[in-house]
Write a protein that binds this ligand. Structure first.
Ligand SMILES: Nc1ncnc2c1ncn2[C@@H]1O[C@H](COP(=O)(O)OP(=O)(O)OP(=O)(O)O)[C@@H](O)[C@H]1O
Length: 616
């Protein structure tokens, strides 16, 4: 799924496919509204023609001295047609809105279900082209199917009006149909060209708009606010935002000017044809070839033909745009899974022997440097393995491979002998509990923040509290204004619907880290516990306390612990040093110290720092 969206070209086959998709979505979402819309479209399309004819008949009746019930009935019919002309567009608008609302729900459901099922790893999420595509697909899902249906009904309605008035003109004077038709050719051609330009401009403006929102967001987002203020970046980002805004404005202005010029010319041409026709009609009326009513019908018909033609062309442009957008939606909902999963995946049983990384090579893209270069490591079941390495050595990358967020480029990661490529990632992840280095603090309640670790326990307050106690964060959470129900956010109000809603709170960095730990500990019975820098934000006392608890918790379980603070991992059963994409040392603390290698050097360096600053 790649390629710049701007290069999308619609073939007739694709267009037909998108029309079918939109029609199916509309039929599924709101068959009643769709049927109503069709009826309203037919009625709305014919109403102006009927009104014009009735007006002509009434005028002729008056001039011809018609009176009595016939004139009354004609007048009543004319009044009803007038009411219909006013009411029908309102009803159509409601039916369109309702259809749009319902289609949006189904389209969003399909899109996000596809994303959940087809985006199992991370690689695609790190591709900027994918983000362009998915953003457009989200936009398309919410508006394009409805827009396409509306354009289709709009085209149908205008076509009916056009046909009605063409027949009218044909009955009055066939030559007039030819004159109006010839005058319409440049209009159609100009609208098609303008439509294409509009679509092209949409991509260019879209990019500028995305950058503009990005800068605008930097100016108001609480997460970035500290740095923006401290480094005085406000004016800098504002200027960049305005530059993007001006660039979008310049594109829009150029387009508007071109449209203004073309449409003014076409308007003058249309008016000339209509004026010529009117002169002819008045002459014909004067010489008795035409009635006053027919003159009126003629004027309405010329305006109706011109108006409906330009509406059809405009709506075709709208349909074209909607189809281009639906193309992104189609690609996003039918994309292949980013991690191949066999038709019958191998089961992931409880871990008995261990996990083996066999000659694993990995890089984040064909044009990126290798992070792991033929790495070999066994993580024995029931033991604690610690992973040590310098910044950027590839420790977190290894964690992602263990969770099958990526597949190795070469080599295998084996779970009790089963290559992870043979497994269903969802089943594998059910067996793993993880605290990532860049853990998430969700803008939800404290209890939910922990409960998300295992949705089956989301409502189980006892288990949630027990996990919080293990992670040493229970007292902090219990003493929040609403205890575990306090929202951990300053972005949303608690209970907006109630009177005097309260704002939530933010935890400190270390408290947040404990919360993430509690979330992982809720997945208590998992086979593999991965802790990537679980205590980097904790004070020394808390760190010692947490590690003592974790040691207890890990006893007899399989765990992988990553930490730069070597004192926290020295009791691991096995310590592996990762350097240059490989495991360069592996053994327990005493063995590695005796080896006098990189681990020993790092340990001595850290120990020295403490000794030198310790009070005598
Ligand atoms: N998503 C990514 N896309 C491209 N490169 C990445 C990505 N994530 C990490 N890298 C690169 O891979 C290398 C290893 O990163 P990784 O995060 O695994 O290191 P680490 O050992 O965990 O480092 P640290 O100790 O700083 O946490 C780094 O050079 C990093 O720039």
């Amino acid at each position: 799924m790649s390629g710049a969206p701007a290069t999308v070209r619609l073939t007739p086959r694709m267009a037909l496919g998108h029309v079918r998709t939109a029609a199916r979505l509309a039929l599924k979402a709101a068959p009643g509204s769709l049927a109503g819309l069709v009826v309203l479209t037919v009625a709305g399309g014919l109403a102006p023609v009927v009104t014009a004819w009735l007006t002509g008949l009434v005028l002729d009746g008056l001039v011809g001295g018609m009176s009595g019930p016939a004139l009354v009935w004609l007048t009543v019919a004319l009044a009803l047609a007038g009411i219909a002309t006013v009411v029908l567009p309102r009803l159509s608008q409601y039916a369109e809105s309702e259809l749009g609302r319902r289609v949006r729900v189904i389209a969003a459901d399909r899109l996000y279900t596809a994303m959940n099922h087809r985006l199992r790893g991370l690689a695609r999420l790190e591709d900027p082209r994918f983000h362009d595509r998915i953003r457009l697909a989200q936009q398309a899902g919410s508006t394009a199917p409805g827009d396409l249906v509306n354009s289709a009904t709009g085209i149908g309605k205008s076509t009916l009006t056009l046909a009605g008035f063409l027949v009218t003109l044909l009955l009055i004077n066939p030559w007039l149909v030819l004159a109006v038709g010839v005058a319409a050719i440049p209009t159609v051609r100009a609208e098609v060209l303008l439509g294409r330009r509009r679509v092209g401009a949409m991509w260019r403006i879209g990019y500028a708009e995305r950058r503009q929102y990005f800068y605008a967001n930097l100016l108001s987002a609480p997460r970035e606010a500290k740095e923006v203020r401290l480094f005085g970046l406000g004016a800098f980002f504002r200027d960049r935002m305005l530059t993007e805004l001006r660039s979008a404005n310049a594109t829009n202005r150029a387009l508007d000017r071109r449209e203004l010029g073309v449409q003014t010319m076409l308007g003058v041409l249309g008016a000339a044809v209509a004026g010529g026709g009117l002169v002819w009609a008045i002459q014909a009326a004067r010489s008795g070839q035409m009635t006053v009513g027919n003159v009126m019908v003629f004027v309405a018909a010329v305006a109706g033909v011109q108006g409906s033609l330009s509406a059809i062309v405009g709506q075709l442009g709208g349909a074209h745009r909607a189809m281009l957008m639906l193309d992104h939606y189609h690609v996003a909902t039918t994309m292949e899974s980013d991690l191949p999963v066999p038709a019958s995946p191998a089961p992931v049983p409880a871990l008995v022997a261990g996990i083996e990384l066999r000659d694993v090579w990995f890089r984040y893209g064909p044009d990126r440097p290798w992070v792991l270069r033929g790495m070999n490591l066994t993580i024995p079941a029931g033991r604690t393995t610690a992973l040590v390495g310098l910044n950027g050595a590839g420790k977190s990358t290894l964690v992602k491979l263990l969770c099958r967020l990526y597949d190795p480029v070469r080599g295998q990661v084996r779970w009790d002998g089963v290559d992870l490529r043979e497994t269903d990632p969802a089943e594998l992840r059910e067996r793993i509990g993880t605290v990532f280095q860049d853990y998430v603090e969700y803008e939800l309640s404290a209890a939910e923040n922990i409960g998300l670790g295992d949705l089956t326990h989301l409502q189980d307050r006892d288990r949630i509290e027990s996990a919080a106690r293990h992670a040493g964060v229970h007292h902090v959470l219990a003493s929040l204004p609403n205890g575990y129900d306090t929202m951990l956010t300053r972005m949303f109000l608690e209970g907006v619907d109630t009177e005097g809603p309260e704002t939530g709170v933010l935890l400190s960095g270390g408290q947040g880290q404990r919360l993430a730990l509690a979330r992982a500990l809720l997945r208590d019975e998992r086979d593999l516990l991965i802790l990537d820098e679980p205590s980097s934000g904790l004070d020394a006392e808390a760190e010692a306390e947490i590690h003592a608890r974790l040691r207890e918790h890990r006893a007899g379980r399989t765990s992988l612990l990553i930490s730069h603070r070597l004192n926290t991992i020295r009791e691991a059963d096995q310590i592996a040093v990762l350097a240059d994409g490989k495991i360069t040392e592996c053994g327990n603390h005493d063995q590695l110290i005796a080896e006098n290698g990189a681990y020993s050097r790092l340990f001595a360096l850290q120990a020295q720092g403490y000794v030198e600053t310790a009070p005598r």
